[in-house]
Design a protein around this ligand. Structure first.
Ligand code: ADP
Ligand code: ZN
Length: 816
């Protein structure tokens, strides 16, 4: 028999496995099995979904299995994305197939299920079974629902299968959001509006009939539902004129465009400022070269970075390549979309988790087909399947929201640089307060530093005043939210018809419920954290697991009726303001007030239309919105984070303070910022006060160097979680012991590695799980990965059946 030369494909399956698998292409499917398509493949006894990564030359291995079907008519991603997916999977230690699955729009995901069919033996059994038995009920269901998803639990069905009563099979559902088809109407081919004159007199009976027809004739095709909403008799008229052979309907897919009407954007500027022109010059030169390079655009808030982004995107579009614009948060992405859509119209897509599955599917396919040249989105837009990517912009690159904290725990900003490198694209990282890591890279000339030190129109940076709150505490006024200075400033701003933003990094009404007798706070039963009182819902809530309970007066620890609330959050700040200044229009922007994306959007719009005087909020309000009438920014407490056991606490505080301060005075009138703090002398506070990034960076980088923290080392966090306190701790200790042994057996490379811990996590219990942490620190990134690969299997074996769960977080941001 001649050896068959058949095409095989390499597939990443959506299972938690390492590596990829080869399958033969069944005959007839050769042209359909393209890279980027999903396939259904046999895997063990199951059938699972996988993604075609390569089509290698024909292979002679006759033991390969065939895949069963191709699930997509067109590829979902371009082959150029495969190396990027592979890098992500290896660097962040996450299974490749699962990674691709999470990158793709959810509307595509396919589920498999078990279906049952009655056998002849089963038919006999059914006849013999007693009338009311459970078995009979189940068998009857199977008889009446052949091929449908069997009800769980499945164990009874397995038992029936053993008896030969039924046959079970694995099936797949296609739950895809697919393109949305809508009915349109247009004039029949060859018919002109003038022809209507030749209609029998009296044919235009209804008063609005002529308008109706004109509307259709003057359009390129109009949605039937739009006609029905514009003309009450629209449905009737439509039927009438279709019958007469004048109009015809057709189906077409429409884009489920998530753009609502966004805040009115400013008109595009006529000329660029010199600093914008210079920045663009450098970037454009590199874009023209068409090779990889990373830029750090350090432009103070209000320096006009958005216009630089836009111009760079235009340039890439002119070169026939595509661009991704990453924005840290959905609310901000919606805002940016509004700005850019007024200039680019349909030539942009949005992609973020605020869209429905169907919307995401539509956007994704538009991108994959190269039909739009720009995508704006949060983290997940980094995977946009552009065939010829030329530029990735990461706006507010310092924002910790770029770190994904579940599933594949990647840092989108870092990964953007890698994707740029693999795609030969430029990467533009922009920020008013660059991350220490990026600024360090720029100082080592790994990135090109581009600075825009001035605000547009030379508007001065706001004057910042720091108020030491310790003074108030010593006077017994620790419950004071607004210092007299801040109150004065607020009154001045309001009196002159301006707006204000007040920033407070804590949600809720009261901070803690504390017992005055025993001093214990009321804690969440699932988490080692105290509960926060929320006024609107009138309940105590846990910000980690969502647990809530009615407010109590009796202390759960000592049983006495002496619980009292202390501290404050955004909710109390808002209500205090309203009490203090009746008639003041204050609104709150935090995760509690914004359950829906439309709310965020509505709130921003109201604020920009000046229907709100004071916006109160958590770090959401610190983000890059541009409201020219805001002249006062008050920081109620940004330094709560300074006490956190996190080497980035100083960096975070500096960034928050600078960003929120940057919201003031972006219009014609100068801004004023008041920071209330318990640490007035901390370098993060003083540098933010002085708008002095270099001073902050010098101090911070020196500290990191001394302590050996990133960027002078690489970290991985091994987080252990279990239901059993002692078992979790024991596992952590055993793992450390094992790993130290491995490090010891590496005389050379071992010197570059340190196993730190284990320690109980600062949040020692969350959602009912006890938590321990181990940090691995290394001098270089490679040795860290070699080490984790080496110990990975051993750790997995230790975990088996232990009830303890391990997640590995590379370049971790969460230290709690
Ligand atoms: P950043 O993102 O750096 O904080 P923005 O891009 O929001 O700053 O710009 C601040 C303000 O300056 C915006 O209102 C913007 O419309 C305006 N602006 C930017 N560039 C120009 C320009 N060349 N001419 C006039 N106005 C400009
Ligand atoms: Zn909780």
């Amino acid at each position: 028999m001649p050896i068959e030369h058949r095409i095989s494909v390499r597939v990443a399956v959506t299972l938690p496995v390492e590596g990829t698998y080869f399958y033969l292409v069944p005959s007839g499917l050769e042209s359909k099995a393209q890279v980027g398509c999903r396939v259904e493949v046999p895997f063990g006894k199951r059938k699972v979904t996988g993604y075609i990564l390569d089509r290698p030359a024909s292979v002679e291995d006759r033991d390969l299995k065939e895949f069963t079907q191709v699930l997509d008519p067109e590829p979902l991603f371009h082959p150029s994305l495969v190396p990027f997916f592979q890098w992500m999977s290896e660097y962040y230690l996450y299974p490749l197939g699962r990674l691709i699955q999470s990158a793709l729009p959810g509307g595509l995901n396919i589920r498999s299920y078990k279906a049952a069919r009655l056998t002849a033996k089963g038919e006999d059994a059914l006849r013999l079974l007693p009338g009311r038995s459970e078995e009979r009920k189940l068998l009857t269901w199977v008889r009446d629902h052949p091929g449908q998803k069997a009800p769980s639990p499945l164990d009874r069905l397995y038992a029936f299968e053993k008896k030969g009563w039924l046959a079970l099979e694995q099936r797949m559902t296609k739950r895809r959001g697919g393109p949305l088809l809508k009915r349109f109407v247009k004039p029949r081919e060859g018919v002109e509006i003038e022809d209507l004159a030749s209609q029998a007199p009296g044919a235009l009976k209804a008063k609005n009939e002529w308008t109706f027809l004109e509307t259709i004739f003057s359009s390129q095709g109009i949605l039937t539902e739009e006609l029905s909403s514009r003309f009450t008799n629209g449905a009737y008229l439509l039927r009438k004129w279709i019958k007469k052979g004048i109009l015809a309907t057709y189906q077409a897919s429409v884009l489920r465009d998530p753009a609502g009407n966004v805040c009115l954007p400013n008109p595009p500027p006529k000329d660029l400022y010199p600093q914008q022109r210079e920045a663009l010059e450098v970037i454009k030169k590199q874009l023209f070269r068409g090779t990889f390079s990373t830029f750090l655009l350090h432009g103070v808030t209000g320096s006009g970075k958005t216009e630089v982004y836009y111009q760079a995107v235009r340039h890439v579009m002119d070169l026939g390549r595509q661009a991704i614009l990453l924005i840290p948060e959905i609310a901000l992405a919606i805002y940016m979309e509004g700005l850019l859509r007024s200039r680019l119209g349909d030539r942009l897509a949005v992609y973020h988790s605020g869209l429905s599955e169907g919307e995401r599917y539509d956007q994704w396919m538009n991108i994959a087909k190269g039909e739009v040249p720009l995508v704006i989105g949060a983290r997940s837009a980094l995977f946009a399947p552009f065939p010829n990517l030329g530029l990735i912009i990461v706006d507010e690159e310092h924002d910790p929201a770029y770190k994904q904290e579940e599933g594949a725990r990647y840092q989108a900003r870092d990964a953007a640089v890698v994707r740029g490198k693999l795609a030969n694209a430029c990467v533009l990282l922009g920020s008013g307060t660059p991350s220490v890591q990026s600024y360090y890279n720029a100082s080592r000339e790994r990135y090109t530093l581009v600075t825009m030190p001035e605000r547009v129109e030379q508007r001065p940076l706001p004057e910042v005043q720091v108020i030491d709150m310790k003074a108030f505490a010593s006077e017994g006024k620790e419950e004071e939210i607004l210092s007299p200075d801040l109150r004065d400033a607020l009154e001045v701003a309001m009196a002159s018809g301006k707006q204000a933003i007040l920033f407070l990094n804590r949600r809720g009404f009261h901070r803690v419920h504390l017992c005055r007798s025993c001093g214990k706070p009321v804690r969440c039963p699932n988490c080692e954290v105290s509960l926060t009182y929320h006024l609107r819902e009138n309940r105590l809530a846990c910000h980690y697991c969502g647990f809530h309970s009615p407010p109590q007066t009796r202390c759960p620890a000592c049983g006495r009726e002496s619980l009292r609330s202390y501290g404050f959050g955004t909710e109390r700040l808002e209500s205090e303001l309203k009490e203090l200044y009746p008639g003041l229009r204050a609104s709150r922007m935090d995760r509690d007030s914004l359950r829906k994306k439309s709310h965020t959007f509505e709130l921003l719009r109201q604020f920009s239309r000046r229907e709100i005087d004071v916006l109160v909020g958590t770090q959401m309000v610190t983000k890059g919105y541009d409201f020219p009438d805001v002249t006062l920014v008050g920081v109620i407490g940004a330094d709560f984070s300074l006490g956190f056991p996190d080497f980035r606490a100083g960096e975070r505080t500096f960034q928050l303070l600078s960003q929120v301060a940057g919201r003031a005075g972006r219009g014609e009138d100068p801004g004023r910022v008041i920071i209330q703090t318990f640490f007035p002398d901390h370098y993060a506070v003083t540098a933010a006060r002085d708008h002095d990034y270099p001073a902050f960076f010098q101090k911070e980088i020196e500290l990191r160097r001394q302590l050996g923290y990133p960027p002078f080392s690489y970290l991985a966090c091994l987080r252990l979680q279990g239901n059993h306190k002692q078992k979790t701790e024991d596992m952590a200790r055993n793992m450390v012991e094992q790993m130290i042994r491995v490090v010891g057996s590496w005389p050379k490379r071992g010197k570059d590695l340190q196993v730190l811990g284990p320690v109980e996590a600062p949040l020692s219990k969350l959602k009912g799980k006890y938590r321990w942490q181990i940090f691995i620190r290394s001098k270089g990134p490679n040795v860290l990965h070699v080490f984790l690969k080496k110990v990975g299997d051993k750790l997995k074996r230790m975990l088996r059946g232990s009830g303890v769960n391990l997640t590995i977080d590379i370049d971790p941001y969460q230290m709690l």
